[in-house]
Design a protein around this ligand. Sequence first.
Ligand code: CBA
Length: 442
Amino acid sequence: MASALLRRASFAPVRPASALFLRSRVQHLQLASISSSAILRSSFWKDVPLGPPDAILGITEAFKADEFAEKINLGVGAYRDDNGKPWVLPSVREAELRVVSKKLDKEYAGITGVPAFTKLASELSLSPSSPAITEGRLAITQSISGTGALRIGGEFLDRWYPHSKEIYIPNPSWANHKVLFTDSGLTVKQYRYYDNKNIALDLDGLLADLQSIPDKSMVLLHACAHNPTGVDPTPEEWAKIADVMRSKGHFPFFDMAYQGFASGDADRDAFAVRFFIEQGFEIALAQSFAKNMGLYGERVGTFSIVSETPEISKAVESQIKIVVRPLYSNPPVHGARVAAEILGDADLRAQWLEEVKTMADRIISMRSLLKSNLEQLGSQLNWSHITSQIGMFCYTGLSPQQVDTLRSDYSVYLTRDGRISVAGVTTKNVQRLAESIHAVTK
Ligand code: CBA
């Protein structure tokens, strides 16, 4: 409104000059500016403080603003091909053509989304023969990708988890977990996860913490490709975690944002989730198709809860709907239809699984290349964790100061916790990246 007033004042037609007219015009402009600044001072939002940029997505913003041609973005976990370009999977392109050629209508989906999609998505995560599916003990809804799934989960648990309002997440964890669960009304606490000294899973610390927290706590677990550390429990270690969780009566909430990315094999990466269900746990699961189908901006995911009986499951599903309806009513259909097309067609699905493996393999080969480049440069540091860690990320151990120097002096962008998205490394930038890392660490 203030700027509208100013615009009107400055574009008022100028009539032939007379001293009187000019004076009154000056007064008019002064009045306009006084009243507009008075309006500005009374803005409803004048006490809103400038917020900090997002710890991860803020890196992309800073990267985009950098004009250096050889800048490198290792911030957000988004796959890039060897030219540093986003890759739309050929299976996705094909599925899109098929979906479009069907000339489907654009009606609302139900509150829980596209049924063909949620069915196939649950079969991918749990396997078609999972007792949770065959016995009707799964309540599932389509979600706005993994973040939306976690948020639905947070809201549901805040309303209905009967034992506490506290959720335990690993230390460290994806930066958004804490904010997202806090915004859902839960109190976020941490359990030990990572052994900085040995660059490995702190299994003893993890088990001790799960043992000492209150019985029947909610515990968030990364199903595979732990973000940011790239360190996952082995199947034997998962069994130990399950033992403590069972004896303490804890509730596991799995975040599975990288199925296929850890090992290149979607079934193998679903091990932990399936194992807990086999062990008789009731679980919650947030599933994302952002990474493994490259459907980032389409926002395709699911949230589900496996319960003890089909009757409980029905009630749970009804309450999930009650959470979703006032949030966004029902989810977008296009991405879900694309994912369903891929998952539901044997050939396309096989092609997609190969493409997931291509992405995982390229990341694995970039790990080796980065490590060997650092060694060739004569770095005396131990970089073995670059190749021992899995998934999209490498938790380098770089300090926040070193990260800042990489950014200011070398135009290399990563999160301040020293995490690099290995998906951003290519055969073309790896040498300059290694030189930059070597320069700030020697
Ligand atoms: N869980 C975990 C553990 C994640 O790493 C991410 C994505 C999500 C949500 C859930 P989406 O909502 O897109 O399905 O993903 N994390 C990032 O890759 C990035 O997409 C990352 O760079 O950490 C993000 O949103 O921060």
